[in-house]
Design a protein around this ligand. Structure first.
Ligand code: AMP
Ligand code: MG
Length: 343
């Protein structure tokens, strides 16, 4: 059943808080993105500490919400439904977003929708790139997933067995002593150095069936870094070549198996030009379209939660407060997707 939206109140507000970003987006029923305000937590050193990130989210929540309304040019009473990222992600971070969402929905007296973060990444990419039925490669700090729609679900065709590709790049960058200047991500610093790489250093290439493993590769490249035998540019280049070839192999096999007509690349690592080139070439070989989700919507963002929440709400899905507990390990294929018609 398609729920009727109150006339002139047809907006969904989405709250994203799975990891280091707190973000609020507002979308209309027909998929116009009115605002997407992101506040990133950048640790002084080391990786993301979940409680520190959650503290950041709680501190900025009020201001980010206000800016999202200002940018959208609407008022809270125009909101018909509040969506939030219910999982997967870091417990303290998810709980902060869920608490804000529950409070807002109860104050506005509107329904709540718990959204799966990975579904949201795919749906916003389909919206912005007008992709219909892609094989999606979602590569970020916390996730590495190759997925496509099949049998009423987004099926995971391949994924990492240990760390995510973004995490692999970030840990290497920290070991190499890089500093994030002006918010430039570690992956982008590695990308820049890799362009000056000349020598391809042998590193472990680990694809098991359709799954990937990056931890052995990371250990090996860090060991070589500390030996000091190789140029940093060559290490960055080799790390990228090996890791991205692994991702490209699994994506190509998913494409060949599903015979889907397009590849969609998303997540923070999607910004990498070398990865884009590799995927573009396999898309060409399979006569498939290749699209990259624009950075603002490829990173963790509230607009994607709002849009996935809107799709669910329009198809009769709401989440009661009792069911709104966060799901740290919520898998993509567990989510029922009634808004896609089976081909
Ligand atoms: P997300 O988890 O989606 O917020 O994305 C953050 C991840 O994207 C981090 O691991 C970054 O290092 C990575 N990243 C950002 N820009 C690039 C780039 N140009 N190349 C590779 N990785 C990148
Ligand atoms: Mg992030």
């Amino acid at each position: 059943m398609v729920q009727k939206l109150r006339k002139n109140f047809a907006y969904c507000l989405g709250i994203e808080s799975t990891a280091d970003d707190f973000s609020v987006g507002i979308v209309s029923a027909d998929g116009k993105i009115l605002s997407n305000v992101i506040s990133a937590y950048i640790p002084e050193e080391g990786g993301i500490h979940p409680r520190e990130a959650a503290r950041h989210h709680a501190q900025v929540a009020g201001e980010v919400l206000e800016r999202a309304f200002q940018k959208a040019g609407i008022t809270p009473k125009d909101i018909a439904v509040v969506a939030f990222s219910q999982g997967p992600g870091l417990g303290p971070c998810l709980r902060t977003g869920a608490t804000a969402a529950r409070a807002l929905a109860s104050y506005l007296n509107v329904p709540l929708v718990g959204v799966n973060h990975c579904v949201a990444h795919i749906e916003i990419g389909k919206l912005t790139e007008q992709a219909k039925d892609p094989v999606t490669l979602y590569v970020s700090g916390g996730n590495t997933i190759v997925a496509a729609f099949e049998a009423k679900r987004y099926c995971v065709f391949g994924e990492t067995l240990d760390i995510a590709i973004g995490n692999c790049l970030d840990v290497f960058a920290r070991e190499a002593g890089f500093k994030q200047k002006e918010g430039k991500p570690f992956g982008a610093i590695i990308e820049q150095l890799a362009t000056q790489g000349k020598e391809l250093i042998p590193l472990p290439y680990v694809v098991k069936g359709m799954d990937l493993s990056f931890s052995g590769l990371l250990t090996a490249v860090i060991q070589l870094l500390h030996k000091g035998k190789y140029r940093l540019e060559d290490l960055c280049y080799s790390l990228q070549e090996v890791a991205f070839s692994m991702l490209t192999e699994v994506t190509e096999r998913a494409l060949a198996h599903t015979e889907k007509p397009e590849i969609l690349l998303t997540g923070g690592v999607a910004a990498n030009k070398r990865l884009q080139t590799m995927l573009d070439s396999i898309a060409n070989e399979h006569d498939a379209k290749f699209s990259v989700v624009p950075k603002e919507f490829a990173l963790d963002n509230g607009a994607m939660i709002a849009w996935a929440g809107m799709l669910a709400f329009q198809h009769g899905i709401t989440t009661s407060v009792e069911e709104s507990f966060v799901r740290l390990k919520w898998r993509l294929e567990e989510v029922h997707i009634p808004w896609i018609k089976e081909a």
